[in-house]
Design a protein around this ligand. Structure first.
Ligand code: CTP
Length: 419
C-alpha cells in the first residue's frame, strides 16, 4: 500500500506512536521509524523495531542495515545516506509526537539529528502531529513556528484537548488519536501506480444511521440505529482506495477525513440525497435504518399535554428509497441492502428482500440477539446473494464490514467476467 516514514520525537506521547505503527502495518503499509535521542528515553527502539520489522535509527552516522529500504523493497547494493534514502523511498513522513523543540527546529530548518535532517530532505508530504504541555502549546513561539510550517505546506494535525500527562493538568496538547493520524496520512498519500489499491477510483455510496420523522418541533419517531455499521463499511472502503460518500442520518460518531459526509434527518431527505448521489455511484450499501412510516402531519410548535387523555399518532408510509433506486439502476451498479429481522425466519425475509427489491446482496442481522446489531459495537450477519449465503460469526463491525466488501468484490468480479 504506502510507505510511511514515522519520526518520533521526545515526549510521553511517544507510546502512542507505537499504536500508529500497529494500525499502519495492519492496514498493509510498510513503516520505518526514526527516533530522536530524547524519544528513546520514553520508548525504546526495540519496540518500534519489533512492530515495524525494520531497523530503527536515531543518528545520520548510524549505518542502516536495511540501507533506507522499506519492508516491500529490496535494499540497494550501495550504502546510501539514510536521511536521504528513507525520505526518498517514503510516500509520507509523519512526525508524531512532534515536541515543541522539534517543531522549532523544523520551522527554522535545523538539521541536528536524523529526524530533522530527513525533514529537510523530504519531497514527499510531511505531516506534523504536535504533543506537549498546554502552556508550551499556547506559547506564541510554538504557534508562530507552526504557522511557518503550515505556510510551507506541512500538514499540522492539531492536538486534542483534555487531561494532560502531568497530574491535574487539563488543556490542549494531547497527541491526536492514532487512528486519526493514520487517516491523515492516508488522505495525503498519493497512491500512484507504484501503490495501487484494489478499489482506487470506485465510487461507493453508503447510507448510515436512522432517520427521524418529526411529530412536532421537538419530538420525532426514530429508531436505535447508531450508524456504526455504515460508518465501518465507509472506513473500510476508503482504506481500499474507494471514493466514499456517506449519507448520514443522525449519526454522532467520529468522522473519517477520507470520506465525504452528507447529513440528513428524515427519510424524505435521505431519499433526496440518494437520488442526487446514486447515478454516479458504482456501489450502493444501504445500511441506514430508514423509517417505513412517518407522522401524517407534523405539528408546528410543540404538542401540549394539557386537556388530553390520550394522543393518537397517525402514520403514513414513506417511500422505499432502496426499491426506488433499484428500479433505475444501471446493470453494472452493485446494490446491497440490509435487513434487520427479529427471530425465526430472518433469512427467509432477507431472501424475499433480495428478489423483491432487485438487489445483489442483502445483509441480514437478527436483532433479537443481545449485543449485536442496532446500537451495538459487534454484529453477526448472514450475507445473502443469488449464488449462496455467507455467515459471518459475531465480530467487530469493522470485520463484518470487510466481509461485506469481500462479497461486493466477488459480485463485481463475476459480473465483469460475464459481460
Ligand atoms: N429501506 C429504504 N427505504 C425505506 C425503508 C427501508 O431504502 N423506506 C431500505 C433499508 O435501508 C434496508 C432495506 O431497505 O437496506 C430493508 O429495509 P426494511 O425496512 O427491512 O425492508 P422492508 O422491505 O420495508 O421490509 P419490512 O416489511 O420487514 O419492513
Amino acid at each position: 500500500m504506502a510507505r510511511l516514514l514515522l519520526g518520533v520525537s521526545g515526549g510521553i506521547a511517544a507510546y502512542k506512536a507505537l499504536e500508529v505503527v500497529r494500525l499502519a502495518t495492519k492496514a498493509g503499509h510498510a513503516v520505518r521509524a526514526i527516533q530522536t535521542p530524547t524519544a528513546q528515553r520514553f520508548v525504546g527502539a526495540a519496540s518500534f523495531a519489533a512492530l515495524t520489522g525494520a531497523p530503527v535509527l536515531t543518528d545520520e552516522f548510524e549505518r542502516d542495515p536495511a540501507r533506507g529500504a522499506f519492508g516491500d523493497q529490496k535494499p540497494p547494493s550501495h550504502d546510501p545516506a539514510s536521511h536521504l534514502e528513507l525520505v526518498r523511498n517514503a510516500d509520507a513522513y509523519l512526525i508524531a509526537p512532534a515536541s515543541a523543540n522539534t517543531i522549532a527546529k523544523l520551522a527554522h530548518g535545523l538539521a541536528d539529528n536524523l529526524l530533522t535532517s530527513a525533514a529537510l530532505a523530504a519531497s514527499c508530504p510531511v505531516l506534523v502531529a504536535p504533543a506537549m504541555n498546554h502552556h508550551m502549546w499556547e506559547h506564541p513561539a510554538t504557534q508562530a513556528n507552526l504557522a511557518l510550517l503550515r505556510d510551507r505546506g506541512v500538514a499540522v494535525i492539531d492536538p486534542g484537548t483534555g487531561a494532560l500527562a502531568t497530574k491535574h493538568e487539563w488543556g490542549t496538547g494531547r497527541l491526536a488519536e492514532p487512528a486519526e493520524l493514520l487517516a491523515a496520512v492516508e488522505a495525503v498519500v498519493e497512491f500512484g501506480p507504484a501503490h495501487p489499491r484494489p478499489w482506487d477510483g470506485l465510487k461507493v455510496l453508503i447510507t448510515a444511521g436512522g432517520t427521524r420523522e418529526p411529530i412536532d418541533a421537538v419530538r420525532y419517531v426514530g429508531n436505535r440505529s447508531s450508524g456504526r455499521m455504515g460508518f465501518a463499511v465507509a472506513e473500510e472502503a476508503a482504506a481500499l482506495g474507494a471514493d466514499v460518500t456517506v449519507i448520514a442520518a443522525n449519526v454522532h460518531l467520529a468522522r473519517d477525513p477520507r470520506v465525504r459526509y452528507v447529513d440528513v434527518e428524515t427519510a424524505a431527505e435521505l431519499g433526496a440525497a440518494c437520488a442526487a448521489e446514486f447515478p454516479v455511484a458504482d456501489v450502493l450499501v444501504m445500511a441506514a435504518a430508514v423509517s417505513d412510516f412517518r407522522p401524517a402531519t407534523a405539528v408546528d410548535g410543540k404538542v401540549k399535554k394539557t386537556g388530553r387523555d390520550e394522543l393518537a399518532l397517525v402514520l403514513e408510509p414513506t417511500a422505499d428509497v432502496l426499491s426506488g433506486l433499484a428500479a433505475q439502476r444501471r446493470p453494472e451498479q452493485t446494490l446491497v441492502g440490509f435487513a434487520a429481522e427479529h427471530g425465526a425466519g430472518a433469512l427467509d425475509y432477507g431472501r424475499d428482500k433480495l428478489t423483491r427489491k432487485g438487489l445483489d446482496a442483502v445483509v441480514v442481522n437478527d436483532v433479537s440477539q443481545a449485543g449485536i446489531g442496532f446500537d451495538a459495537v459487534e454484529n453477526e450477519v448472514t450475507i445473502l446473494t443469488a449464488s449462496g449465503d455467507e455467515h459471518v460469526p459475531r465480530a467487530t463491525k469493522a470485520e463484518v464490514a470487510r466481509a461485506i466488501l469481500g462479497t461486493i468484490d466477488r459480485l463485481r468480479t463475476d459480473a465483469a467476467a460475464r459481460s
